[in-house]
Design a protein around this ligand. Structure first.
Ligand code: PLP
Length: 384
């Protein structure tokens, strides 16, 4: 397959329903047909002789898949483990660390809610204290983020959890100064990069975090259940897989590679997802298209609705949050009601959420997306 274009012309490469205006790649990604075919090949090989596959094929195949992913992330394969999703990656770290009563775990108001719940759970069991920095929104630059987080860092801060790209507000966080500030305060840093692989170029060691988890099933278009956890070599000894199995304390790589019998085809098909990205022209070409499209669509919608985009262009990638027209601020009109109407009347798939008291639409721009679809969203919101 040689692809030279993006947008509607390549959408048949995905099995997406034809009649759906799919503006929510961000929530669960969407896997192309070729990647699903590759995944099925792995499943077929497994079921042809499950014992042979698990014992003799899988260990080497997993190492190869990991090596390919590691190269894409500029990481050493030995510092990388496959996990099922970013939620599992965050859980593995949080539930491995031995928090003491009074240790603070710093999150913020843009933190993904599943992560917030995990912090609550761990805090309740250990006596650690969840601290939540309040980051305003909309943002005109990185400064309010740095101020809000720095103000909550202290001698008791043990771990800072930072999203690379926030879920409710589609904001690329200024990781470098935030990590510097956390380190200066003596805290470790866990980056939740659920949206970053495939949306931003990544050099994991250069980021300077202690722990970094990311999804391959979102913007890398891998099959669902393909994600990774990267851990700084100095921190690996204390980090355990969520499921303890045969290889307990046999090393970071071994422990995460076998967590009991499971279908490993999503992990193995990451190679096909990376091939697919190459066939689209590579990360730079794909993100040049998706970032520009998200930017232009956001500007068009904000102008049409007389509102604003939630952050400056250099703090956005392939997603953007746009405030809905003023009449949607009526609290009796819930985000769910707006989403339900867009879906039932227009077949538009888009997340709408209330954040900082205002209703926002979070658009995604994928390689198969094109401007005409955001125009449909504009029209549908205009009719409401
Ligand atoms: C910032 C962030 N963290 C974690 C997740 C969870 O991803 P998953 O459901 O793949 O674990 C998401 C999903 O959208 C997210 O946006």
């Amino acid at each position: 397959m040689e692809t030279t274009s993006f947008g509607r012309a390549i959408r048949p490469l995905w099995p997406l329903d034809e009649d759906v205006v799919f503006l929510n790649h961000g929530s669960y990604g969407a896997a192309p047909r070729a990647v699903l075919v590759a995944q099925q090949h792995w499943r077929d090989r497994l079921e042809a002789n499950p014992v042979n596959f698990m014992k003799r094929v899988l260990p080497e195949a997993l190492e190869q898949a990991k090596a390919r992913l590691a190269a894409f992330l500029a990481a050493s394969p030995s510092d990388l483990a496959f996990v099922d999703n970013a939620t599992s990656g965050v859980n593995a770290v949080l539930r491995s660390l031995d928090f003491r009563p009074g240790d603070e775990i710093l999150i913020n108001s843009h933190t993904y809610n599943a992560v917030r719940q995990t912090v609550r759970h761990v805090a309740a069991r250990t006596g650690a204290v969840p601290v939540e920095a309040d980051i305003p929104f909309p943002l005109s630059g990185p400064q309010p983020i740095l101020e809000a987080i720095s103000a909550r860092l202290g001698a008791r801060t043990r771990l800072v959890i930072l999203d690379h790209i926030t879920s409710p507000t589609a904001t690329i966080m200024p990781l470098a100064p935030l990590i510097d500030a956390a380190k200066a305060a003596g805290a470790a840093v866990l980056v939740d990069g659920a949206h970053a692989p495939g949306m931003l170029p990544l050099d994991l060691p250069a980021i300077g975090a202690d722990y970094y988890t990311g999804n391959c099933h979102k913007w890398l278009c891998a099959p669902k259940g393909c994600a990774f956890l990267w851990v700084d070599p100095a921190r690996q000894a204390g980090i355990h897989s969520l499921t303890i199995s045969h290889y307990y304390e046999k090393g970071f790589g071994a422990e995460f590679a076998w967590t009991g019998t499971r279908d490993p085809s999503a992990w193995l098909a990451v190679t096909a997802a990376l091939d697919f990205l190459d066939e689209l022209g590579g990360l730079e070409a794909v993100t040049a298209y998706t970032h520009r499209l998200a930017h232009e669509a956001a500007a068009m919608l904000a102008a049409a609705w007389g509102t604003e985009v939630g952050g400056p262009p250099d703090m956005r990638g392939s997603m953007a949050s746009i405030r809905l027209p003023d009449r949607y601020a009526d609290p009796s009109l819930t985000a769910q009601m707006v989403m339900d109407r867009l879906w039932s009347e227009h077949r538009i798939e888009i997340p709408i959420l209330r954040f900082a008291g205002q209703p926002w639409a979070r658009i995604s721009a994928a390689p198969y997306s094109e401007m005409a679809e955001y125009a449909m969203l504009n029209q549908a919101i205009g009719e409401g």
